[in-house]
Design a protein around this ligand. Structure first.
Ligand code: GLN
Ligand code: ZN
Length: 766
C-alpha cells in the first residue's frame, strides 16, 4: 500500500502577496468587496490545485483566512464581543477586519481584539474574548463553504479547524483576564464542534483535522480533564465514516499521549521535527492502537532548509516498526514559510538547491512517501535520494577559522561586565548628568514615504550613494534639532538609514543571504522577509558608527547608539541547521560586540541593544526554558556589552511586558536600563518588578505607539504618577512603548511634547 501524504496548512497570502494587495485595496476603497472575494477564491483554488498536482493526498481546506484563523474560529463559534456586534456590519469580512484592526468611522469607535504571538512563531493571532454575555454556538459556514468550493473544482479536501481545547486555552475573559471555564462554556463549545463534525460527515468529508498545538504546553490535571470532556462529545458525533485527526505541533505531547491514544482518535498528528525525541519515546512506550493513523510530521514548517532524506527515512523506518498506519506529513502548517524558491532570481541555483519553501516542501513530502515505500537496498540507487544526499554530504560552506578561534578563546570573564551594576550606576549618573525621570525615545522616527522612496532610488541607481547619505544627514539634522527643541534628554539619530532592524544589520555582516520574495505572514496583511544565516557570522565593517557619531556631532546632549541584539537577529532570521542556535548566537554576539566597542571609542556614551524578539522563542515547556534557551541567550547578550567601560550606559528594549516569569533572567542580562511596553492594559508588571527587586533601571512605555491617537499630557502624567508610586523614581525613565517608525510626523511630535511636559510636571512633585 502506498504511503499517503498530508499537509496541515498552506500559505494563503499568495505567490506575489496578492491577498495583501487585495485586502489593502479594499480597505482603501480602491477595490470592491466582490473583487477582494474573487482574489481570495482564486488563491484558494490555485493552492488546492497546486497541492493536488504535486500528488498530496490529504489537502487542507479552511486553512485560508482573510485575517487570522483564530479570529475566524471565534466568529464561527459566535464569540463576537458586543462592541463589534453593535457596529452592525452587513458583511462578515467587515466585522472580521473591525475585530482585527479596530474600527473608527460612521458606525462607531471600537478598539481591536488584542494580538499575541502564535506559540514560538512570529505570526500573531487575535485573542478571542469570551465574556459573561458570550453565547457560544455554531454561527457560521466558512469551513463548509470552502470545503464545497474545493469539491466543486474536484479537489477532495481535509477541513482544518483550530481545535476547541486550543481555542479555550488562548481565549480570555476581558473582565478577569484568566478565563473561568464553567460547564456551560465547555458544553457549548463541545456541542458546536460536534455539530461541525456531523455537518462535514453529511457533506462527505473523509478526514477532519483539529489543530491542538496547545497540547504541547505543560498541562495541569484540569487541563487534561478539560481536553477529555471536550473530545468525548466530539468524537461521539462521528457518522458516515468521517475520521478525526488530532493534530499537534511546535513540540511534543509525551505527557498526554497515553490518554490521547486511548480516546479513539482516527489519526494523531505528531511533530517529529520540534518534538521528535519525546514523541518517539512516547510512541514506543505506549504503542499505537490498531485503527489509529499516525500523521508523522517530518517535513518542517518552521525552516527553509531541504529535508535530510537519509535522516527522515530512518525515522520513517523506525515508525514503521511501531505502526503500519503512517502518513507522511508536514510538521506544522506551511503558513510560517515562504511560497516558493522559484521567486528568487538573485540567488544562484547552487544556493537555492539547499532551500525548500512551501511549494518545494510538497515535493519533499511525496518523494519521502515514495522512497519510504522502497526497500532500503533500492533507495541508494534512486536519483531523488542521491540528489538529496549530495546536498548533505558535500561541504556547503567553509568554516570561518577566525570566528571559531575567537569563540574558543572566550573565557567566563568575557560574559561578565565590571564593575557591578550599582557601582556603574553611580558613575554613569555623575558622567551623564541627566535629570531624574530622563526622557528619551526607543530609536526610530517616522519612516515616511519620502524616506523609503529614497532608499528605493538608491537601490535602483536613480540617485548616488553621496546624495542618499547627504539626505540621511539632513534628516538627522532635523530630527536632532527637533528633539532638542521639545526638550528630550537623551536623543536618537532616528534610524532613517534602516529598512528593517534585522535585515539592515545582516547586510553588514558576513554569513547572511537575502531573498527578494520570501515573505511570511506576520499579522493580518503584514509580512516579513527574514534573512538567511548561511555561514559563520562576523562583522565585515562598522555598521552604525558614522550615523551615530554624525548625530552626536550635532548636539551636546547624549545621543544613544542603536543596535539590534544577537538573540533578536537570530530569532528573526532563518537559522542554520548544521550549527546549534547557541553557537550562532555567540557568533552574532561577537559581531555586535565589535560594533558596541567601536561606538564607545567614537564617543557614544549610551548604547541601546534591542532584544525585541528575546521572549518569542522562549520554549513552550518550562523545563526547557533554561537548558534549551536562556542559558545561552542571556550570556549572548552579556557578551555583547561586557567590554565597555563603567561610564558607558547600556540600554536594551523589549516590545512587550510579559516577562514576569523570567524577570530574574531579564535582570541578569545586566543592562543598565531597559525600556518595554507597558502602556496598554494594566501595569501589573510594575508590582512584579518591585517585588523581584529588579536592579536594571526601567522605562515602562508611557504611551501606545501602535495607535495613531495622540495621548494627552494629563493621561501620561497619570500613568507616570502610578509608575513612580510603585518604583523608585531614581530608577525610572520616561519613553514611549516602542520605535516611532510606523507613525506619522503629525502624531509623533505632539505626543512626545506631551510626554516631556508630563515628565516635567511629575518631577516637580517628587
Ligand atoms: N530601535 C527600534 C525602533 O525604534 C526598536 C524596534 C522594536 O523594538 N521592534 O524601531
Ligand atoms: Zn519595541
Amino acid at each position: 500500500m502506498p504511503t499517503l501524504t498530508s499537509v496541515s496548512g498552506f500559505p494563503r497570502i499568495g505567490e506575489h502577496r496578492e491577498l495583501k494587495r487585495a485586502i489593502e485595496g479594499y480597505w482603501k476603497g480602491s477595490l470592491g468587496l466582490d473583487e477582494m472575494r474573487s482574489t481570495a477564491r482564486s488563491l484558494r483554488e490555485r493552492h488546492w490545485r497546486l497541492q493536488a498536482d504535486a500528488g498530496i493526498d490529504l489537502i487542507p481546506s479552511n486553512d485560508f483566512s482573510l485575517y487570522d484563523q483564530v479570529l475566524d474560529t471565534a466568529m464561527l463559534l459566535g464569540a463576537v464581543p458586543r462592541r463589534f456586534d453593535r457596529l452592525a456590519f452587513d458583511h462578515g469580512e467587515d466585522l472580521a477586519f473591525a475585530m482585527g484592526r479596530g474600527y473608527q468611522g460612521p458606525r462607531g469607535d471600537v478598539e481591536a481584539l488584542p494580538m499575541k504571538k502564535w506559540f514560538t512563531t512570529n505570526y500573531h493571532y487575535l485573542v478571542p474574548e469570551i465574556g459573561e454575555d458570550t453565547q457560544i454556538a455554531l454561527s457560521g459556514t466558512k469551513p463548509f463553504d470552502e470545503y464545497r468550493e474545493a469539491e466543486a473544482i474536484g479537489v477532495h479536501t481535509k477541513p482544518v479547524l483550530v481545535g476547541p481545547y486550543t481555542f479555550l486555552k488562548l481565549a480570555r475573559d476581558p473582565q478577569v483576564r484568566e478565563l473561568e471555564l464553567d460547564r456551560g462554556i465547555i458544553n457549548a463549545i463541545a456541542t458546536a464542534y460536534a455539530e461541525i463534525v456531523r455537518t462535514f460527515a453529511d457533506l462527505g468529508a473523509s478526514w477532519l483535522q483539529f489543530d491542538e498545538p496547545a497540547l504541547v504546553f505543560d498541562k495541569t490535571l484540569e487541563d487534561t480533564s478539560l481536553f477529555k470532556s471536550l473530545y468525548a462529545k466530539i468524537l461521539f458525533a462521528r457518522t458516515n465514516g468521517v475520521r478525526i485527526e488530532l493534530n499537534t505541533y511546535f513540540g511534543h505531547i509525551a505527557d498526554i499521549y497515553d490518554t490521547v491514544r486511548l480516546m479513539g482518535f482516527d489519526g494523531i498528528g505528531l511533530d517529529l521535527c520540534e518534538g521528535r525525541d519525546a514523541n518517539l519515546a512516547a510512541l514506543r512506550r505506549h504503542g499505537v492502537p490498531q485503527d489509529t493513523t499516525i500523521f508523522a510530521g517530518v517535513v518542517s514548517g518552521r525552516n527553509i532548509w531541504r529535508n535530510d532524506y537519509a535522516d527522515t527515512l530512518a525515522l520513517l523506518d523506525d515508525l514503521a516498526s511501531i505502526s503500519d498506519r503512517v502518513v507522511v506529513s508536514s510538521a506544522c502548517s506551511f503558513l510560517h514559510v515562504p511560497y516558493s524558491t522559484a521567486g528568487e532570481r538573485e540567488l544562484p541555483a547552487k544556493v537555492l538547491d539547499h532551500f525548500a519553501f512551501a511549494v518545494e516542501k510538497l515535493g519533499e513530502l511525496t518523494q519521502l512517501a515514495s522512497l519510504a515505500g522502497l526497500p532500503v537496498s533500492e533507495r541508494d540507487g534512486d536519483d531523488r535520494y542521491q540528489g538529496n544526499r549530495a546536498l548533505f554530504d558535500g561541504t556547503r560552506v567553509t568554516a570561518d577559522r577566525g570566528v571559531s578561534r575567537r569563540i574558543d578563546a572566550l573565557t567566563d570573564d568575557d560574559f561578565v561586565r565590571t564593575p557591578r551594576r550599582d557601582e556603574r550606576r553611580i558613575r554613569q549618573h555623575a558622567a551623564l548628568g541627566l535629570p531624574v525621570l530622563p526622557t528619551t525615545t526607543i530609536g526610530s522616527f517616522p519612516q515616511t514615504k519620502a524616506v523609503r522612496a529614497e532608499r528605493a532610488d538608491l537601490r535602483a541607481g536613480r540617485i548616488t550613494r553621496e546624495a542618499y547619505d547627504a539626505s540621511i544627514r539632513r534628516r538627522i539634522d532635523e530630527v536632532v534639532a527637533h528633539q532638542e527643541r521639545i526638550g528630550l534628554d537623551v536623543l536618537v539619530h532616528g534610524e532613517f538609514e534602516r529598512n528593517d532592524m534585522v535585515e539592515y544589520f545582516g547586510q553588514h555582516l558576513n554569513g547572511f543571504l537575502f531573498t527578494s520574495q520570501a515573505w511570511v505572514q506576520s499579522y493580518g496583511t503584514r509580512c516579513v522577509k527574514p534573512p538567511i544565516i548561511w555561514g559563520d557570522v562576523s562583522r565585515r565593517e562598522p555598521i552604525t558608527v558614522r550615523w551615530s557619531t554624525y548625530a552626536q556631532s550635532r548636539t551636546t546632549r547624549p545621543v544613544k547608539g542603536m543596535l539590534t541584539g544577537p538573540v533578536t537577529i537570530l530569532n528573526w532570521s532563518w537559522p542554520r541547521e548544521d550549527v546549534p542556535r547557541s553557537r550562532q548566537a555567540t557568533q552574532l554576539a561577537l559581531a555586535i560586540r565589535d560594533e558596541v566597542l567601536d561606538l564607545e571609542r567614537a564617543g557614544i556614551r549610551i548604547i541601546q541593544i534591542d532584544e525585541a524578539a528575546l521572549r518569542e522563542k522562549l520554549p513552550l515547556r518550562r523545563s526547557d526554558w533554561h537548558t534549551g534557551y536562556l542559558d545561552w541567550a542571556i550570556p549572548a547578550f552579556r557578551l555583547v556589552h561586557s567590554g565597555v567601560g563603567p561610564t558607558t550606559q547600556i540600554h536594551t528594549h523589549m516590545c512587550y511586558s510579559e516577562f514576569n516569569d523570567i524577570i530574574a533572567d531579564i535582570d541578569a542580562m545586566d543592562a543598565d536600563v531597559i525600556s518595554f511596553e507597558a502602556s496598554r492594559g494594566d501595569l501589573v508588571v510594575l508590582d512584579a518588578l518591585r517585588e523581584s527587586r529588579f536592579r536594571t533601571e526601567v522605562g515602562p512605555g508611557v504611551y501606545d505607539i501602535h495607535s495613531p491617537r495622540i495621548p494627552t499630557e494629563r493621561e501620561i502624567e497619570d500613568r507616570l504618577d502610578r509608575i513612580v508610586a510603585t518604583l523608585d523614581p531614581d530608577r525610572v525613565w520616561v519613553n514611549p512603548d516602542c520605535g516611532l517608525k510606523t507613525r506619522a510626523e503629525a502624531e509623533t511630535w505632539p505626543s512626545l511634547e506631551h510626554m516631556v511636559e508630563a515628565a516635567a510636571a511629575v518631577r516637580t512633585r517628587l
